[in-house]
Design a protein around this ligand. Structure first.
Ligand SMILES: Nc1nc2c(c(=O)[nH]1)N[C@H]1C(S)=C(S)[C@@H](COP(=O)(O)O)O[C@H]1N2
Ligand SMILES: [Mo]
Length: 414
């Protein structure tokens, strides 16, 4: 056995390859001459250069690979803005394989446009005033994992959320140029991803928002995410971004917008998709499609991003915590923490948002009375006075809108 190991000739990396690796990582690999094909720098994976999901960090939790669904562990959402390679991915179908931003066009049609119109991406950039907005996107099914009885679908824990700076144009500016009829009711999107079945006549998803939502100042068509091209998995080269609504409204690989004179009836608008019982039901109840209503506003929510759950500190140390809070309302007005399972709450420091729908950062410094096991719970309250439940909110068949308080485990040792 020892002989075998000895005889095994290590295949060291060629200098040219080492140079490309250094370029990709952004620093020379000092002991690079000791690396082999089996021992590559982990930075290549962490930065998504060699990820299983193109452009995405291997630190994402993969929930499904066809279609690709991957979420961000809570402690990796610690940045003010979620880095592109760490932003969650929720695909319903198969992304276009090699979209070309120079050839990309966006058309407008539907019953309620005065006439059909098509813009190239270049025209969109030049014709309308560009805006930069920080907007949180959260999948309506984020937190689904906790529901009991369980709900079918991707078992998201807390990481189907992210917040980025988007560069684009206001939908209302473009819609004004297109010209709408007075009966305009709903904005519907169509993207260039294909249905899982491969059937070109089927859309993987085609949703949208009521026209009043589309007219908000923060409703945009975006081509950049954090100052870079949007990653392929997040909709390159063009997508919609709506704050405060389920992210399923924010169409990726955006190629067509239809202005409808009725509530849009595209793929995943009806049935049980992205809909909840119009009136509360008992856990496990079967709810008819006719009793389900479309999810619009997303509820107030918060996430502790530092420390990672399971952290241990010494008895004489205090614990700094950090996180973000977001809502569909104007702003978050309070974030509190509890270390005694929700009996007593203390306020956190809370920073204002740059613009509406950006998440707000909170922090606190916690002292623990003695050694032992604790949980830190966080609870946000928004400008409407709504706050988060401690236990799961209303059960619904598909497990949407779980905004229960986030909890992390902490051990204090002597
Ligand atoms: N064209 C298209 N747009 C889409 C989707 C999709 O599958 N295809 N998924 C939607 C859903 S359900 C969510 S939660 C968000 C996810 O955005 P992200 O993958 O950029 O995080 O995109 C939405 N837009
Ligand atoms: Mo979603």
């Amino acid at each position: 056995m020892a002989d075998k190991v000895h005889n095994h000739r290590r295949k060291f990396l060629k200098n040219t390859l080492l140079q490309s690796i250094a370029l990709a990582i952004g620093a020379p690999v000092v002991y690079g001459k000791n690396l082999t094909k089996d021992i590559l720098p982990i930075a290549l994976f962490e930065e998504g250069i060699l990820s299983k999901i193109p452009g995405k960090s291997d630190l994402l939790t993969l929930l499904n690979d066809r279609p690709v669904n991957a979420e961000t562990p809570a402690h990796l959402l610690d940045n003010d803005l979620t880095p592109n390679d760490l932003f969650f991915v929720r695909n319903n179908g198969i992304p276009p394989s090699n979209p070309d931003k120079n050839q990309w066009t966006l058309s407008f049609d539907g019953e309620s446009v005065k006439s059909k119109k098509t813009y190239s991406l270049e025209e969109l950039k030049n014709k309308f005033e560009p805006v930069k907005l920080i907007i949180t996107l959260e999948c309506g099914g984020n937190g689904r994992k906790e529901f009991n009885p369980p709900a079918k679908g991707n078992q998201w824990s807390t990481g189907a959320v992210g917040c980025a700076e988007w560069t684009g144009v206001k939908l209302k500016d473009v819609l004004k140029d297109v010209g709408l009829k007075s009966d305009a009711t709903y904005l519907a999107y169509y993207g260039k991803d294909s249905h899982l079945s491969g059937d070109p006549k089927k859309d993987s998803i085609s949703r949208g928002v009521p026209i009043q939502k589309a007219m908000e100042d923060e409703s945009i068509i975006a081509w950049e995410m954090n100052g870079k091209d949007i990653p392929l998995m997040n909709g390159y080269p063009l997508r919609l971004v709506f704050g405060g609504y389920p992210a399923s409204c924010s169409g990726k690989w955006l190629s067509k917008i239809a202005i409808r004179n009725k509530v849009h009836d595209g793929a995943k608008m009806g049935g049980q998709s992205y809909r909840i019982p119009c009136d509360p039901v008992a856990p496990g109840a079967k709810v008819e499609d006719s009793e389900m209503c479309i999810i619009e506003n997303m509820p107030v929510k918060s996430l502790i991003t530092y420390p990672q759950t399971g952290a241990t500190i010494k008895k004489n140390q205090s614990l700094p915590i950090r996180g973000h809070a977001w809502t569909h309302e104007l702003s978050i007005k309070l974030v509190e923490y509890s270390i005694d399972f929700g009996i007593n709450w203390k306020p956190c420091n809370l920073l204002p948002a740059t613009n509406r729908y950006a998440w707000q950062n909170f922090s606190a410094e916690i002292q623990f009375p003695k050694t032992g096991y604790y949980e830190v719970w966080a609870r946000a309250t928004d400008s409407s006075g709504d706050s988060q439940p401690i236990i799961l909110p209303g059960w619904n068949p598909k497990g949407y809108l779980n905004n229960a308080c986030h909890r992390i485990a902490i051990k204090v040792e002597s």
